[in-house]
Design a protein around this ligand. Sequence first.
Ligand SMILES: [Fe+2]
Length: 239
Amino acid sequence: MTEYIIDIHAHILPGIDDGSTNLEESAQMLDKAFNQGIHTIIATPHFKRKQNLDQLKALINDLIKEAKKIDPDFRIFLGQELLYFDSLVDYLKEGKALTLANSRYVLVEFMPDVIYNNLYQWVRKILMAGYLPVIAHVERYHCLKKEGRLQELISIGCYLQMNYRSVQGNIFDANARWCKKALINQYIHFLSTDMHHINYRTPVIDKSMDWLKRNLNAEYLSAITSQNANSIIENQVLR
Ligand SMILES: [Fe+2]
């Protein structure tokens, strides 16, 4: 069921953002991820206005080579995590900001205290421009904790990504409780590692996977760990 996990949110490109420090750390992260069943990764460095796309492409080629050393079928793609800003859509259209694996899907994040009306208008703007917004770590935004908001965003065409590690936490952890409920209600489209380092915000998912396997039906778990992300790789619209 979950042998071929696809990770769509990973700061594994070396030396480019607050993620992996160098190619050696990236290689360790790849190895750790692969050993837990992650066979495809979309590397999503944070967008910077003055980024050098040729540099990103060179780094992704280095990463692809490292992945092939681990397994010839280990697939790596390039994407970005985009903190929303006013001219984001223009940057996307001009190819100066990247979608996920060259698809129409865009991994977008906001400040944690974003106001719902703003978030709503901004994802609408992305949708109107013909892109498919995937809201990164949906559990991070206070405004989305209000009942009905996830459903509203889904109804207008947004996709929701949650981090694996966010389901960890006991009954007293309000955020973990909220995450588990959102998963049981099947509001989440993608689970990802959002890995940053080998020892901090790591690629480790097995502890979370224990809970997921015990509490979600197998078909839905397969969708959010693998099948839905495959639609991104193949640039097909989900649902
Ligand atoms: Fe991230």
